[in-house]
Design a protein around this ligand. Structure first.
Ligand code: GTP
Length: 320
């Protein structure tokens, strides 16, 4: 999708009524055609829409939340629907992939090499690798991205270390680099539905997602993964789009009276950032994957101009 700058309409100077500006009844003190033309040009410049080079999902979330499985299922879904996506591995510790890897950070740096060379543990080595990536954005990443063309859609499968999307700047700088290359990027935050067993865990999940939202400053979609493992759907439904007042009363019931003010502040925060919204994802159902994808596409304005061909899936065909 390429948005072209508005066509310049210099010379016509039409007033809202359709009269030429020379016919204006404005007094000589107030009417200055040159200034008006300049103002108009300035406005058109401001309205000029940036040319979009590509689209990207940054798949983040705690370790084991299902990021790689999501990427692989998305790849299969897109293959079935005749849509092309490219998956990028950003985890230097990853070993096996269920999807074809389009770009692989391990070609730049390998976790094992760093651990061996610098005597670091897995976590320290991972941070080292991400900082190395950050230092090589112009060299390595830019070169890799040259293989992709306008309108290409990239999915970045990220490592699960929580510090990467809370305070370590490597991922933030990575995202800014993508944006400089004119990628429309959306953060896709996965939270394991198995983790949400009560309101305190739900709030803790929201806080972790919120810190990613604040750190990355991206359009953000929250996904509740592994819905196939949820046996009592009703328990989890309460957390998909819950009422802030219900959450607060549940929190107050579970915690001592000294926490009431804190509980109120937390719920207000979650509510203010519109965080109380998770899209459930059941990978057994094509309709569920398609719905999640459409939510993300909407966030990054993918397909607004393009004629995307997506097969219709009948919900009845999906297993329950
Ligand atoms: N039943 C079920 N299991 C899942 C689903 N998604 C992931 N898993 C399992 O959860 C485990 C972790 O999944 P991954 O996709 O490796 O999670 P990840 O977030 O990429 O993990 P890290 O790379 O460690 O950050 C694996 O054993 C998956 O098979 C799902 O939707 N349903």
């Amino acid at each position: 999708m390429i948005a072209l700058p508005c066509e310049a309409t210099a010379g016509s100077h039409l007033l809202p009524t359709g009269r030429r500006s020379s016919q204006s009844t404005a007094t000589p003190e107030t009417f200055d055609p040159t200034a008006k033309f300049e103002r108009r040009k300035q406005k058109e410049k401001e309205k000029e829409i940036k040319t979009v080079m590509g689209y990207a999902q940054l798949v983040i979330g705690p370790a084991g939340s299902g990021k790689s499985t999501y990427c692989s299922s998305l790849f299969q879904h897109c293959e079935t629907t005749g849509r092309t996506i490219h998956i990028v591995n950003l985890d230097p510790a990853a070993e096996n992939f269920d999807y074809p890897v389009a770009i692989d950070i391990r070609e730049l740096i390998s976790l094992d090499d760093v651990m061996e060379e610098y005597g670091l543990g897995p976590n320290g080595a991972l941070m080292f690798c991400m900082e190395h990536l950050e230092e090589n954005l112009d060299e390595w990443l830019s070169e890799e991205l040259e293989n992709y063309m306008e309108d290409d859609y990239l999915i970045f499968d990220c490592p699960g270390q929580i510090e990467l999307f809370s305070h370590v700047p490597a991922l933030k700088n990575f995202v800014e680099h993508l944006q400089r290359k004119n990628f429309n990027v959306c953060a896709v935050y996965l939270l394991d539905s198995q983790f949400i067993t009560d309101v305190t865990k739900f709030i803790s999940g929201c806080m972790s997602s919120l810190s990613a939202m604040i750190q990355l400053e991206l359009p953000h979609v929250n996904i509740l993964s592994k819905m196939d493992l949820v046996t009592r759907k009703r328990d989890i439904e309460d957390y998909l789009t819950p009422e802030p007042t219900t959450l607060l009363s549940e929190l107050n019931q579970r915690m001592g009276p000294q926490f009431q003010k804190l509980n109120k502040a937390l719920i207000d925060l979650v509510d203010e950032y519109s965080m109380v919204s998770f899209v459930p994802l059941d990978l057994r159902k094509e309709s569920s994957i398609q719905y999640v994808l459409s939510q993300i596409d909407n966030c990054i304005q993918y397909g607004e101009d393009a004629d995307v061909k997506i097969k219709d899936f009948d919900e009845d065909e999906d297993q329950d």
